[in-house]
Design a protein around this ligand. Structure first.
Ligand code: MTE
Length: 315
């Protein structure tokens, strides 16, 4: 457990962005012109030029206020409000991602150059956390497969391993005597999962560059899996023939696995996974609950990746 008590977030810290976004409204399909926004003394958020994609869901978007103030990012603390309150010192630019391992063309790539090289798509995805809450988020990003193609994976590469930055001087959850997790936060995918068209490297949400608390400047989004697979602030991607370790499986193997596909039929040892609390919506008895869908509603696209596998065992 961390040795500090996090301050609570003040609403004055988020108002300017909210005002801006209310005025503009998110249209869900438009191409936005480039412009830059600067909050007073805060990290800047730049509007992204994005292209329409076929990936959307017919559900209400989670308000940006909830997407950016209810977060899991243990590098900044354990409470949901900690990342928004404590990520102000984090410097997401300049930023490079090293891509190495079993590839013909390893390299270290500047994220801003990649954002110019690959078209930035809008993708509205459901996001289901293993803690049984969910959101609907309009991400902006490019397919993970685009970056993998660039480095030319070798035939021997069966998995992709990911690593988050380690910067205790900017990430208070990584500093101090008592650590919640081992750093760096790590994750992994099987090669065919990583190459799946749904797997996204997100660089923005709601048409602007990612806020620090959401994993700036680049994080993974794999919407058919529990949210912890969506590793944030990625600095390294390694192609390998060994199944990579992932932070939550290492931390608590009784409760978390490598695959972590959303599955309402397999309960967490401490709670049911049959339904989820939709953040930002209120129902008659408090936050409204939705049924959880197999593969988080993406079964048509991804179920065939797991033909013949017992997903109750390979949780
Ligand atoms: N990545 C890093 N580096 N550190 C984290 O603590 N938390 C994960 C995932 N990625 C986490 C992370 C978990 S548990 C979830 S549910 C999602 O990020 C939350 O993403 P969000 O805060 O953008 O909703």
């Amino acid at each position: 457990m961390p040795a500090y008590r996090p301050p609570k977030i003040r609403s004055s810290e988020i108002t300017p962005r909210e005002v801006y976004l209310k005025r503009r409204e998110f249209l869900g399909a438009a191409t936005f012109g480039a412009m830059t926004l600067y909050g007073a003394g805060k990290a800047s958020a730049a509007a992204l030029t994005t292209v329409r994609s076929k990936y959307t869901v017919d559900e209400k978007l989670t308000p940006i206020k909830d997407v950016t103030t209810y977060n899991n990012f243990y590098e900044f603390g354990l409470d949901k409000g900690d990342p928004a309150a404590l990520a102000g010192k984090f410097k997401p630019l300049p930023w490079t991602i090293k891509v190495d391992g079993m590839v013909n063309k390893p390299g270290t790539f500047d994220i801003e150059a990649l954002m110019k090289e690959f078209p930035i798509e809008e993708r509205v995805y459901r996001m289901r956390c293993v803690e049984a809450w969910s959101m609907v988020i309009p991400w902006n990003g490019f397919p993970l497969a685009s970056l993998l193609d660039k480095v030319e994976p070798q035939g021997s590469a069966k998995y992709v391993a990911f690593e988050t930055v380690v910067r205790p001087e900017e990430m208070p959850g990584q500093a101090g005597l008592f650590q919640s997790l081992n750093w760096p936060y790590v994750e992994g995918l099987r090669m065919d999962e990583a190459r799946h068209p749904l797997a996204l490297l997100a660089v923005g949400l709601y048409g602007e560059t990612l806020p620090n608390q959401n994993g700036a400047p680049v994080r993974l989004v794999v919407p058919w899996k529990y949210g912890f697979k969506g590793i944030k602030s990625i600095v390294r991607i390694t192609l390998t023939d060994q199944q990579p370790k992932n932070t939550w499986q290492v931390t608590n193997p009784q409760e978390y696995g490598f695959y972590a596909n959303v599955n309402p039929a397999v309960d967490h040892p401490r709670w049911s996974q049959a339904t989820e609390r939709r953040i930002g919506e209120s129902g008659f008895f408090g936050a409204s609950r939705h049924p959880t869908l197999p593969f988080n509603g993406y079964a048509d696209e991804v179920a065939s990746l797991y033909d013949g596998m017992d997903l109750r065992v390979n949780f």
